[in-house]
Ligand binder design. Structure first.
Ligand code: PRP
Ligand code: URA
Length: 210
């Protein structure tokens, strides 16, 4: 069974509290998402392998660690996952970015894929899927299935807020993919929104409410 890593940190917790407030305006919401994503990146990449390389400093030659995981590919789920890309690139500037377009049908609540633009060969990549919300888990499950169908084997899921129902469904579908999350909320309401959550993440990031 995959693990759920809740990344606990006072900075993440207090910034997320600010994002949850319905009065927090779009610009601040976006900026907070960017900041939290960067902070969460430390937790989500903690186990990346390193190797020793020789570096000549102005004083001496010595061995130092450097990342040895090959290419990292960020896979934001459109739209809301796009709000996490810059925050990840702040600490992984050389990462590739591949987009998976998906929305939840308002009636059926089932995910509908409308775009997939990934690097040609992701079989050796460390792929980090980005989406602020894991509600029923449907979108995340389908996105990871798409990545696996294209050869990805090293995948991790990164969310801001998750519902226990979504975590359970995701773990059942993808027991080999760990989840990194800032908060696990109470559950889902009748419209499959996370409670208390933060509302519709895409609308709040892109200012499309109302
Ligand atoms: C939101 C969110 C996730 C999905 C989560 O996207 O960003 O992708 O819902 O719900 P689920 O776990 O029940 O699938 P949405 O469908 O609202 O699309 P948008 O980002 O384009 O607004
Ligand atoms: N998608 C969102 O953006 N928010 C939720 O609470 C559930 C799904």
């Amino acid at each position: 069974m995959s693990e759920v890593h809740q990344i606990a940190h006072p900075l993440i917790a207090s910034k997320l509290t600010r994002m949850r407030n319905e009065n927090t305006p779009t610009g601040e919401f976006r900026s907070l998402l960017h900041q939290i994503t960067t902070l969460m990146a430390f937790g989500a990449t903690r186990d990346l392998p390193t190797e020793q390389i020789t570096v000549k400093t102005p004083v001496a030659c010595a061995e130092f660690p450097t990342l040895a995981c090959g290419r990292v590919t960020l896979a934001p789920i459109l739209r809301a996952g796009v709000g996490m890309v810059e925050g990840m690139l702040a600490v992984l500037p050389d990462a590739s970015v591949g987009y998976i377009g998906m929305y939840r049908d308002e009636e059926s609540l089932q995910p509908v894929e409308y775009l997939c633009k990934l690097p040609a060969d992701i079989s050796a990549d460390t792929v980090i899927v980005l989406d602020p919300m894991l509600a029923t888990g449907g979108s995340a499950i389908d996105a990871v299935s798409t990545l696996k169908a294209r050869g990805a084997t090293d995948i991790r899921m990164m969310n801001l807020v998750a519902a226990p129902e979504g975590i359970a469904a995701f773990q059942k579908a993808h027991p080999d993919v760990d989840i990194y999350v800032a908060a696990v909320d109470e559950g889902l309401n009748e419209r499959a929104y996370i409670v208390p959550g933060l509302g519709d993440a895409g609308d709040r990031i892109f200012g499309t409410v109302g």
